[in-house]
Design a protein around this ligand. Structure first.
Ligand code: ZN
Length: 391
């Protein structure tokens, strides 16, 4: 099946100007100034892209696809992600993670959910483990999980600097990173260690110590929630300027912002102004996570659910309100996570890559059309493909 998008402004993420883009099956077949097909095939779908922007499909590299949470007992376990939650948010690639609960949430169900989302039309990978150390793997080791299980591309989220963390030592963290590194090398995968950083004053010190005292490179770690408070944000700037990756969490509630969480859009601007290379920065939504609120005694006082739609909302805000150019800002949810996670088919609009694409209205940057592996999932802001149990 061929689809031809005519006259669309392509941000690959770099601005390629106005182009015709040919989709052949699930791949991008050609990007040219003008494509005319010398064929009388009936099954060519023409899509008028005039006046619209075309960007790579978004990658949300930290989502609790099976649900997460549970910090306020069983009834606070959050629900699973639905297909259209992702597609209507422009997300065509997900990385699923467990979270605080590594007991009732298992690697087996995480992989099954990732496969379900694949069957429904988008791309989905997972990390092995949960907050806990020792890491609860699917097979017997982190190396085996990475080398033998296609869907597993990294480790995490392992919690540090948090009262919910299993308080790993420097040696334990070094061993995890070493396993992830070798497993990633032998499988051609990213093999990164996704680190949940909590609210404690320990900040990033544990992983900084591993980098200082071992041969593990700083890029083995991928700390998230870097904008959760001012002190961690500053530590994140330091970490990224030393070559590390930093990931912002876009799901939030007003109270968190009032308490000092750094808004993603302004945080991105500040990091760039501080001299952090854009290549080292990503955004993820933490979708379907519980957003638990604890008082000073560590007691749960409130709970909400993270939303994947915040992923592009935050980027959109960075563009429209902070004046960061589209071709720069969009990298944090496309090219950058694809490179960090070694998802070679993802993250850019280029010939031979997966046809994961988003068309945006140029005025207000609303998501108009979404293609996942060449299939139209969203048309004129409406989901045209539904998940198995969606109305
Ligand atoms: Zn987390």
């Amino acid at each position: 099946m061929l689809k031809l998008i005519k006259n669309v402004q392509v941000y690959a993420p770099e601005n390629l100007g106005r182009k015709d883009v040919l989709l052949i099956g699930d791949k991008i077949g050609a990007i040219e100034d003008e494509i005319t097909l010398q064929t009388n095939l009936q099954n060519i779908e023409l899509i008028d892209g005039k006046g619209q922007f075309l960007v790579p499909g978004f990658i949300d590299a930290h989502v609790h696809i099976t649900g997460g949470g549970g910090e306020g007992s069983y009834h606070t376990r959050t629900p699973e992600l639905m297909l259209t939650d992702a597609t209507t948010s422009g997300i065509t690639t997900l990385v699923g993670v467990l979270g605080t609960d590594g007991t009732t949430r298992t690697m087996a169900s995480l992989i099954a959910k990732a496969r379900a989302l694949e069957e429904e039309g988008i791309s989905c990978y997972v990390h092995t483990g949960s907050y806990q150390v020792p890491v609860k793997t699917l097979t017997d080791t982190i190396e085996n999980d990475l080398i033998l299980i296609d869907k597993i591309i990294g480790v995490g989220e392992i919690a540090i600097a948090d009262h919910r963390s299993s308080q790993p030592t420097m040696e334990e963290m070094a061993k995890i990173a070493a396993s992830a590194r070798v497993g990633g090398m032998l499988s051609g995968k990213g093999g990164i260690v996704n680190i949940h950083v909590g609210d404690s004053s320990a900040l990033l010190s544990l992983i900084e110590k591993v980098v200082e005292e071992t041969d593990i490179p700083i890029t083995q770690f991928y700390p998230t929630h870097i904008n959760r408070n001012q002190a961690l944000f500053e530590a994140g700037i330091h970490f990224a300027k030393n070559g590390g990756y930093v990931d912002f969490t876009t799901s939030t509630v007003q109270r968190f912002l009032d308490q000092g969480e750094v808004r993603c859009s302004t945080g991105l601007k500040k990091m760039l102004e501080a001299g952090v290379p854009i290549q080292n920065i990503t955004f993820t939504s933490d979708g379907q996570a519980s957003l638990p609120e604890f008082n000073g005694h560590g007691e749960l006082v409130g709970l909400q659910v993270g939303k994947v739609r915040t992923l592009f909302q935050a980027v959109r805000e960075a563009i429209l309100e902070e004046g960061i150019p589209l071709d720069i800002a969009i990298k944090v949810i496309t090219e950058n996570p694809a490179r960090i996670l070694k998802l070679a088919q993802k993250g850019t609009v280029s010939t031979g890559k997966d046809a994961d694409l988003v068309m945006l209205d140029p005025q207000n940057l609303t998501i108009q059309t979404v293609f996942a592996k060449g299939k139209m999932m969203v048309q004129q802001e409406m989901a045209i493909v539904k998940g198995t149990f969606e109305e």
